[in-house]
Write a protein that binds this ligand. Structure first.
Ligand SMILES: *Cc1c(COP(=O)(O)O)cnc(C)c1O
Length: 848
């Protein structure tokens, strides 16, 4: 039966009904037409026939076949938005971690199974073709992946939307492991043609940088400012069509590439300085050259600010251009566009929109400010003060002199106002100021974003509460009505249907396919938790997914794992606050136990890790080395063989995630409480039937609530307890001295047992744990070990484990990004779905 195409879509008029000959039905969805289109593309685009075609030729031909079917929906979507003058969401994000397009586009178009059948009939391995696509890694982790899930949900809910970002030539680096250490390889993902993007050079816009400002007055005597920049570059848009599932909506993801503007190097060129002319062209292009591989740490580099300004200015100019096609002025700009700032990376939009409105479109300050704040909204993604972006005034002013003036003026007016409301409250004024007054003055981008937005949101209930009580408490005091919670979600299309086709088929067989558009329908599975035959099917699918992951790791990474052990998985960026090293402490504890008592009965486990460390993040890289060092010893010790296995899977990305989440038995969500804003990996695991071991952090709290506490392995301090312990004076070494097993674990590391006798290698980790332990591993250690013991006991009872697994999947409806997006649409953006009516493709455009 059909697996990935639960519903046959019929947006294509069938040839029978209309008397169009098959060869004229240019973008039909039936098998004959698709096959014909595939072969045509192979021949006419790739220039090969079947005897010469490589896997990449097949991938390209297949992709163009799919793209053709996206394009008329795409054009129709844009035309409809323009004609109906609807309000549009524009999602500004420095990162979009889209994952591979081919499989997802086939799913959303409803032709996955048809295409797979065609390939099978032609004896072409469909999996191999999917594997040809480079994973478009234009993001670091959760934040970029959230943006991608949101685009899928927006299109699937038929919401008018456009994603704006940067077309990085190099995405997140490719991670290899050498001698246990992370080694970064550049990700040249555009080396071969990208069939999913369409360049739109006609829509290029100019971006100014540097220089100074000049102040005069206009003919009415109003102040007027000119920005005399010292360089101008071009922003060229590339559009990637983003289709919704089971709708005709195909929204644009518009990513900007930096190029030298045409007359940029004219002078040098004429003066015979050809090399200088070329150099300047290269300098201009560096702006969109590479994604900064930092997750939750600001880069603080001038080029990063250039990137932020570059895509924000280009996107706002684009939105203004679009608005002025239908309107005479920008008075109602904010009624027609909602701009969402994904973290503070695009927060310079506050100053840029003010500049465009005042300097280019002649608005006075007050009106410009009204439009700006009405248009913008801001999503905060972190509570950690060190992760909040702050730019030195010197760097900022050198690059964006006009924006610095605007920010100073904004700050002056803002603080004057608040002083009248809260006279004498110096603490408040110091905290809300856009400028942090130090020897080196800093611009606080979170404060700028709060001031310039009509809505501010956190990404999980706890996160929003802590924002209001702590990180942004002064703004919450000024404007409580501006604060919203929008708990994150993930798209069930990519993260269940595409990643876990077997489970999807079983679910659809039992409850129909409504869950794909309304994940709450998964609740209908609850009643099958007590059905032994169903549990058996459920368990067999998990087993097959584990086997598939094992096969994949063997085939592509030369890693051998045993699918008959529990798969205990932590995949996410490597970060101290996420505490991969807490899981390592538990592994060493189990190792010590087995060594001490080799004949006891243990539940065999494979501990699987995956994740990248920021290249400059020393501790994160040392944690990777520690994992691999422990793996090396544990996996080669005959005493523990078969019971304890540790694997670090290199280069964790969306594609690997699609294989890992469905294969996990246990999901590790063990961050220090109060540090993880939401997490989304936690949702992907639970949807696919993994049980969670986790702290009361981020969305774990809500996942536990939904799954019910008895189906969740909880341990550790709460966010408030973490805060109180620190306030009381936390002394981690006491735990070492008072806990024999913890002492044995730490001593194993410092003895050099995992580092060929070199006791120094992991010294920085040990010293941190013993001295200040900012992430409280020592305080949570025993609770974690006890909880892991409870997990092992629970796993012995496979019937009950399966029951819990089913109930977890069945109760994750809340964590569909469709729910999240529906909330943003109604409560923050005020946008409504738009029906895209589509006639069959006609080369003469007659029936549109
Ligand atoms: C979902 C996802 C993340 C986020 O994982 P968390 O566990 O929420 O930190 C990071 N990277 C990739 C590739 C993902 O798919």
């Amino acid at each position: 039966m059909s697996t990935l195409t639960p519903k046959v879509k019929n947006t294509s008029t069938s040839p029978e009904k209309t008397n169009i000959k098959i060869e004229d039905d240019r973008t039909g969805m039936n098998k004959e037409t698709l096959k014909r289109a595939f072969l045509d593309h192979l021949f006419y685009i790739q220039g090969v026939d079947r005897s010469k075609a490589s896997l990449r030729d097949y991938y390209m031909a297949l992709s163009y076949t799919v793209r053709d079917r996206l394009l008329h929906r795409f054009l129709k979507t844009i035309e409809t938005y323009k004609k109906e003058e609807v309000k549009i969401v524009s999602y500004f994000s420095a990162e979009f971690l889209m994952g591979r397009h081919l499989g997802n586009n086939l799913v959303n178009l409803g032709i996955y199974d048809t295409m797979k059948d065609i390939m099978t009939e032609m004896k072409i391995d469909f999996e191999d073709i999917i594997e040809q696509e480079p994973d478009p890694g234009l993001g670091n982790g959760g934040l970029g992946r959230l943006a991608a899930c949101f685009l899928d949900s927006l299109a699937s809910l038929a919401m008018p939307a456009i994603g704006y970002g940067i077309r990085y030539e190099f995405g997140i680096f490719h991670q290899t492991i050498q001698d246990g250490w992370q080694v970064e390889i550049p990700d040249n993902w555009l080396r071969f043609e990208n069939p999913w993007e369409i360049a739109r050079p006609d829509d290029a816009v100019e971006i100014k940088l540097g220089g100074h400002t000049e102040h005069t007055h206009d003919e009415n005597g109003n102040p007027k400012t000119f920005w005399v920049a010292d360089s101008t570059i071009l922003a060229v848009p590339y559009d990637t069509p983003v289709p919704g599932y089971d709708t005709n909506t195909v929204n644009p993801l518009r990513l900007w590439k930096a190029e030298a503007s045409e007359n940029f190097n004219f002078e040098a060129f004429n003066a015979g300085q050809y090399d200088r002319a070329v150099q300047e062209k290269m300098d201009a292009e560096t702006i969109s050259k590479v994604l900064y591989p930092n997750d939750n740490t600001p880069a603080g580099r001038k080029l990063r600010l250039e990137q932020q300004y570059f895509f924000v200015s280009a996107s706002l100019q684009d939105l203004i251009r679009i608005h002025l096609r239908n309107h005479n002025n920008l008075d109602h700009f904010a009624d027609k566009v909602a701009v969402q700032l994904n973290d503070t990376h695009p927060a310079v939009a506050v100053a840029e929109l003010m500049r465009l409105l005042m300097d280019k479109h002649n608005y006075q300050w007050e009106k410009a400010w009204e439009i700006t704040t009405k248009a913008l909204a801001y999503t905060n993604h972190t509570l950690m003060p060190e992760a909040l972006e702050r730019w030195p005034v010197s760097i900022f002013g050198e690059l964006l002199p006009r924006h610095l003036e605007i920010i100073y003026e904004l700050n002056h007016r803002f603080l004057e106002d608040q002083r009248t409301y809260f006279p004498g409250d110096d603490d408040l004024i110091t905290n809300i100021s856009l400028i942090e007054e130090r020897e080196e003055k800093l611009i606080r981008m979170a404060n700028l974003a709060c001031l310039g937005s009509h809505a501010i949101n956190g990404v999980a209930a706890l996160h929003t509460e802590l924002l209001k009580q702590d990180t942004l408490k002064h703004f919450a005091k000024l404007w409580p009505e501006k604060f919203f919670n929008k708990t994150n979600g993930v798209t069930p299309r990519r993260w269940i249907l595409l990643s876990n086709p077997k489970l999807s088929a079983l679910v659809t067989e039992k409850i129909g396919d409504g869950w794909l558009k309304n994940l709450d329908e998964m609740r209908k599975l609850e009643k099958f938790a007590d059905d032994a035959a169903f549990r058996k099917q459920w368990r067999e699918i998990k087993q097959q997914n584990k086997q598939s992951l094992a096969d994949y790791l063997l085939k592509y990474r030369n890693i051998k794992i045993d699918p008959n052990t529990m798969f205990d998985v932590q995949v996410k960026r490597i970060h101290e606050y996420k505490r991969q090293h807490l899981m390592v402490l538990e592994i060493i504890n189990l190792y010590n136990r087995i060594k001490e008592n080799p004949n006891a009965d243990y539940v065999p486990r494979t501990f699987l890790f995956g994740g990248k460390a920021a290249p400059g993040y020393f501790m994160a890289k040392l944690i990777i080395k520690l994992i691999n060092a422990v793996a090396d010893v544990v996996n080669n010790d005959p005493d523990v063989r078969g019971r304890l296995n540790v694997v670090f899977m290199p280069n964790f990305n969306v594609s690997l995630g699609q294989r890992v989440y469905p294969a996990a038995d246990l999901s590790e969500q063990i961050s220090t409480a109060g540090k993880e804003a939401s997490g989304t990996g936690n949702m992907k695991f639970a949807m696919n039937g993994a049980l969670t071991i986790g702290t009361l952090d981020g969305a774990n709290i809500e996942i536990r609530e939904e799954a019910h506490p008895e189906n969740f392995f909880l341990f550790g301090l709460t966010a408030h307890e973490v805060y109180d312990r620190k306030a009381q004076g936390y002394s981690p070494s006491e735990y070492y001295h008072n806990n024999g097993s913890l002492k044995a674990v730490i001593d194993r590391i410092s003895s050099g047992h995992f580092s060929h006798g070199n006791g120094e290698l992991f010294g920085p980790i040990v010293e941190q744990l013993m001295n200040d332990d900012p992430y409280m591993l020592m305080a949570d250690y025993q609770a974690y070990v006890d909880c892991q013991d409870a997990v092992s006991e629970a796993y012995r009872d496979q019937e009950n484990w399966t029951r819990m697994s089913i109930l977890n999947s069945a109760r994750m409806g809340k964590f569909s990004s469709d729910r999240t997006i529906a909330e943003y649409c109604s409560e923050i953006w005020n946008v409504k779905p738009v029906d895209i009516k589509i006639a069959e493709y006609n080369p003469n455009g007659a029936n549109n």
